[in-house]
Design a protein around this ligand. Structure first.
Ligand SMILES: Cc1cc2nc3c(=O)[nH]c(=O)nc-3n(C[C@H](O)[C@H](O)[C@H](O)COP(=O)(O)OP(=O)(O)OC[C@H]3O[C@@H](n4cnc5c(N)ncnc54)[C@H](O)[C@@H]3O)c2cc1C
Length: 459
C-alpha cells in the first residue's frame, strides 16, 4: 500500500502536492528564514478538494498544519518533519462582490492588500490594515482575529466577518456563509473559528462586510513630552474629531530614534521628543474634515498638549511617516530579540513600561526595550533586546514582560494569538474554567488532534 503522500501525488498531481524536498527552499515564516520542514505541502484549489484531503488525513491520524501567509507572530504554524502542511495559496479567488449589500466573498488564501485594493477600486473600504498586508491572507487574518491600525474605529477582523466556510477535522464542510448583519438563529458558529489559530477547522471562504469609502484621509506625526500628554492628546482627538478618528499609534522616543538612526529610515521630525504619535482621521467631506483635523491639532499645540506636528502633503510623505511605525526591520538585526503584544488599561501603561524597562536593564545591563502601540485599543508591542546571550534568555524576558499583567487586568496576547510561543502563559490571561472549556471544544471538534496540535494549549 503506497504511503499517503504517494497517494496524494497520484490523485492530485505534482502541482497540488509538493514533496519535502520541493519545499526545502521555502523559509519557515516571515520571522524565521530557516527552511521549512514537513513531509509534504498540499495546496488544494477548492473547498471540496481541501475537505477530501483532510478526510483522508483524518482516517490515518495524519497531523495537518494550515499555512496562510506565514506572517503570524506566535509560532502557530510551526511544523516538524512528520507534519503535512495545508497551504491556502491556491485558493485566492474573489467569488462575489455584492455592491448592494456591501459584501465581498473571498477564498481564504487571498492576500489582504489585494482585497483592500479591489474593494477601493469598487468604491468601498475594507478597514483591516496591518504591516503584513502584502503577505498575510484573509484566512490567516480570520484564524488569528487580526487587529492592526484601524481597530480604534472599526474593530478587529471579527467585526468585519459576516460568514465563513470551514472544513472540520474529519473533512465535514460547515458552510456558515451568512451575508446579513442580523442572524440570531442559534449559535453563531463562525465565532468559534475566528481567532482559533487553525485548531478547530480550516477556513476556506470568508464573507466580509465592507464600509463605505471615505474620500479623504488626514495624517499627522506629532511629538509629545510625556505619556500623560499622549493620553490627553488621545482624549482630545476623540472628543474633537468624533467618529473620524481611525488611527492613533504611539511610539516611545527610543523606538523612533532606533529606526531612524543612520542607515535606517529618514526622520520626518526632530529625534528628541520623548513620545511620537501617528494619528489619522477620515470622513466623507474633504473640506470640513481637513478643517476639523487641522483645528484640532492647532488647539492641541495652543494648549501645550503636543510639542510639534507635521502633516504629510502627499501619499509618499504619508507612507514615509507610516514606515517609521511599521518598518521595524532595522531592529531585527540584533539577535536575540523578543517581541511582545500585550494589552492593558491605558492608565497602567506608563508604569508598566517603566517597570519592564527597569527589570530588563537589571537583568542585562546593555539591554534595550522599545515600545510602540495601538494605545487607543489598550495594545502595546514591546521589543526586548538583551544585547547579549541567545534564545535561552526568552523565558526570563517573558517573565519580565508578562509577569505584571495579571494583576492589572492585562492580556498576554492582544492581537497575535497564543500559538506555541505563549501557551505557558495562557492561564495568566484566562481562568482555569475558560481553558477547560477551550479544551472540551478542541476534543469534541478534533478528537484525533490532527489540526495544529499543541497550539494554544496541550491536551
Ligand atoms: C510586519 C508585520 C506586522 C504585523 N502587524 C500586525 C498587526 O498590526 N496586527 C495583527 O493582528 N497582526 C499583525 N501581524 C501578524 C500577522 O500578520 C497576523 O497574525 C495575520 O493575521 C496572519 O495571517 P497569515 O495569513 O500570515 O497567517 P499564518 O501566519 O500563515 O497563520 C497564522 C495562524 O493562522 C492559521 N491559519 C492560517 N490560515 C488559516 C486558514 N485558512 N484556516 C485556519 N487557520 C489558518 C495558521 O495555522 C496559524 O495558526 C504582523 C506581522 C508582520 C510580519
Amino acid at each position: 500500500m503506497p504511503d499517503l503522500i504517494s497517494q496524494f501525488i497520484a490523485d492530485y498531481g505534482p502541482k497540488i502536492v509538493l514533496t519535502a524536498e520541493q519545499i526545502s527552499n521555502r523559509a519557515s515564516s516571515f520571522w524565521d528564514p530557516r527552511p521549512i520542514c514537513a513531509k509534504a505541502l498540499v495546496r488544494p484549489t477548492s473547498t471540496q478538494q481541501c475537505a477530501e484531503i483532510i478526510k483522508r488525513c483524518h482516517q490515518v491520524g495524519q497531523i495537518i498544519i494550515t499555512h496562510g501567509g506565514l506572517t503570524g507572530c506566535a509560532r502557530a504554524a510551526d511544523t516538524t518533519p512528520d507534519h503535512i502542511i495545508l497551504s491556502t495559496e491556491n485558493m485566492t479567488a474573489v467569488e462575489e462582490f455584492d455592491e448592494i449589500g456591501g459584501t465581498i466573498t473571498v477564498q481564504a488564501g487571498a492576500i489582504l492588500e489585494n482585497i483592500q485594493k479591489l474593494t477601493a477600486d469598487k468604491g468601498f473600504y475594507f478597514p483591516l490594515d496591518l504591516g503584513a498586508r502584502g503577505s498575510c491572507t484573509i484566512g490567516g487574518n480570520a484564524a488569528t482575529n487580526a487587529g492592526g491600525i484601524n481597530v480604534i474605529r472599526y474593530g478587529m477582523m471579527r467585526n468585519h466577518i459576516l460568514g465563513l466556510e470551514v472544513v472540520l477535522a474529519d473533512g465535514t464542510i460547515i458552510s456558515s456563509m451568512n451575508k446579513v448583519i442580523k442572524n440570531n438563529a442559534g449559535y453563531d458558529l463562525k465565532q468559534l473559528f475566528i481567532g482559533s489559530e487553525g485548531t478547530l477547522g480550516i477556513i476556506t471562504k470568508v464573507i466580509i462586510k465592507l464600509e463605505d469609502a471615505s474620500n479623504n484621509c488626514q495624517t499627522a506625526l506629532v511629538g509629545l513630552d510625556s505619556f500623560s500628554s499622549v493620553v490627553r492628546f488621545l482624549t482630545h482627538m476623540k472628543k474633537s474629531t468624533g467618529s473620524r478618528l481611525t488611527a492613533f499609534e504611539v511610539m516611545w522616543g527610543n523606538y523612533y530614534n532606533a529606526v531612524t538612526e543612520e542607515g535606517g529610515h529618514n526622520a520626518p521630525m526632530d529625534r528628541d521628543h520623548p513620545y511620537y504619535v501617528i494619528t489619522e482621521c477620515s470622513g466623507t467631506d474633504p473640506n470640513s474634515d481637513a478643517e476639523i483635523f487641522i483645528n484640532t491639532l492647532e488647539k492641541a499645540l495652543d494648549e501645550n498638549i503636543i510639542l510639534d506636528a507635521i502633516l504629510p502633503k502627499s501619499e509618499s510623505e504619508r507612507s514615509a511617516v507610516w514606515t517609521i511605525r511599521e518598518g521595524f526591520g532595522p531592529l531585527l538585526n540584533n539577535a536575540p530579540i523578543f517581541l511582545y503584544d500585550v494589552s492593558l488599561p491605558i492608565k497602567n501603561m506608563e508604569t508598566y513600561i517603566d517597570e519592564v524597562q527597569k527589570n530588563v536593564l537589571a537583568a542585562w545591563p546593555n539591554s534595550v526595550c522599545y515600545a510602540i502601540g495601538h494605545i487607543g485599543d489598550g495594545n502595546l508591542h514591546l521589543f526586548i533586546l538583551p544585547k547579549e546571550g541567545d534564545q535561552s534568555l526568552h523565558e526570563k524576558s517573558d517573565q519580565i514582560a508578562y509577569g505584571p499583567l495579571k494583576e492589572i487586568g492585562g492580556s498576554v496576547s492582544a492581537e497575535h494569538g497564543i500559538g506555541l510561543e505563549k501557551k505557558a502563559w495562557l492561564t495568566h490571561s484566562r481562568s482555569d474554567t475558560e481553558v477547560a472549556l477551550m479544551k472540551t471544544l478542541k476534543q469534541t471538534m478534533d478528537p484525533k488532534g490532527i489540526l495544529n496540535p499543541g497550539v494554544i494549549f496541550d491536551l
